[in-house]
Design a protein around this ligand. Structure first.
Ligand SMILES: [Zn+2]
Length: 157
């Protein structure tokens, strides 16, 4: 067994400890985060020609509805690319980007996003083994989806 036995390719979830099962979900969350982030940065550059808030270079991305809400964390509409300055600004003055969202996509889209976020899924710590397995399958699909889009739309591998 290697250093991270839970990260093996054909690992049986039920054969792992609770802690290792959680680590495996977390690992896939990270992979999905990375795939989404990469794609969103390209899509933002493509659609807005740079940071949508100031026109600067796209270097980061952030969520409109907090990424702590897992149910909306990997939705494309919930994430936007931005420059370094606007990314920092977003932390203590999020109103600017929320106003931008409403102006760009419409109030109804924002309200729906928040509505979905309020439903929230079971937190990772309280998932049973079936929920963890389903979560991993979802995150794998999300990862593959954004990777494929990055490849098809921007020829980035
Ligand atoms: Zn900016």
């Amino acid at each position: 067994m290697g250093k991270r036995p839970w990260a093996g390719k054909n690992v049986q979830l039920t054969a792992l400890s609770q802690a290792s099962q959680g680590k495996l979900v977390k690992m896939w969350e990270k992979k999905a985060d990375n795939a989404l982030s990469k794609y969103v940065r390209e899509a933002t550059r493509d659609k807005f020609g740079g940071c949508p808030f100031c026109g600067g270079p796209v270097q980061h991305c952030f969520h409109f509805v907090t990424r702590k809400r897992r149910i909306t964390r990997w939705l494309f509409i919930n994430v936007i690319g931005s420059c370094k300055v606007c990314n920092k600004l977003e932390r203590y003055f999020p109103d600017v980007s929320r106003a931008w969202f409403v102006k760009t996509y419409g109030a109804e889209v924002y309200l729906n996003l928040v509505r979905v976020a309020q439903k929230e899924w079971t937190p990772r710590s309280r998932m049973d083994v079936d929920e963890k397995a389903a979560s991993i399958r979802y995150l794998q699909a999300i990862t593959n989806y954004y990777k494929a889009k990055l490849m098809e739309e921007f020829r980035i591998y």
